[in-house]
Design a protein around this ligand. Structure first.
Ligand SMILES: [Mg+2]
Length: 156
């Protein structure tokens, strides 16, 4: 669990990290450098979920590299499936990271939604419905590892 108190806002007790895969932790199907080590560190405090429609057909590779079994959603209604997972886990305990239009509901409903621009860019709607926007997935994961950064950005 990661507990965060944001002055002027809320206290969070985060238990789950929901990650979009393609465009977020991987580009062209390949995991971005630096992600593996950060996820290993974060896995001591958060349950990590990789959510993918497996368009790059890389679920086995992801599992082998990250030692996390990807949660594969079916094509179509992807935003709703990602939202269902958020609600099932308890949205107030979730931090979500994503970049696409199908991440919008998950980013919006999670206690903290972090949009990354990355090499694929981000859906304008995803940007609009996130709490924080960063340019790179490692910066997003570092917000959870170095929480003073997150607090500095969100405090009012
Ligand atoms: Mg994506």
């Amino acid at each position: 669990m990661i507990e965060i108190e944001i002055p002027g806002r809320y206290s969070f007790a985060l238990e789950h990290l929901l990650l979009d895969v393609n465009g977020t932790v991987a580009v062209d199907g390949v995991i971005i450098d630096g992600v593996k080590q950060r996820l290993k560190e974060l896995s001591q405090k958060l349950n990590i979920y990789l959510i993918t429609a497996n368009t790059q057909n890389n679920a086995d590779y992801l599992q082998k590299e990250l030692s996390i079994e990807p949660h594969i959603i079916s094509p179509g209604q992807e935003a709703t499936q990602k939202l269902s997972m958020t609600n099932l886990l308890g949205k107030e305990k979730c931090v979500a990271i994503g970049n696409g239009a199908n991440d919008v509901l998950m980013l919006k409903q999670s206690a903290i939604g972090i949009c990354i621009i990355g090499k694929e860019g981000a859906s304008a709607e995803a940007v609009q419905h996130s709490d924080i926007v960063v340019y790179d997935v490692n910066n997003a994961l570092d917000l959870l590892l170095y929480r003073k950064r997150l607090i500095a950005t969100l405090r009012k």
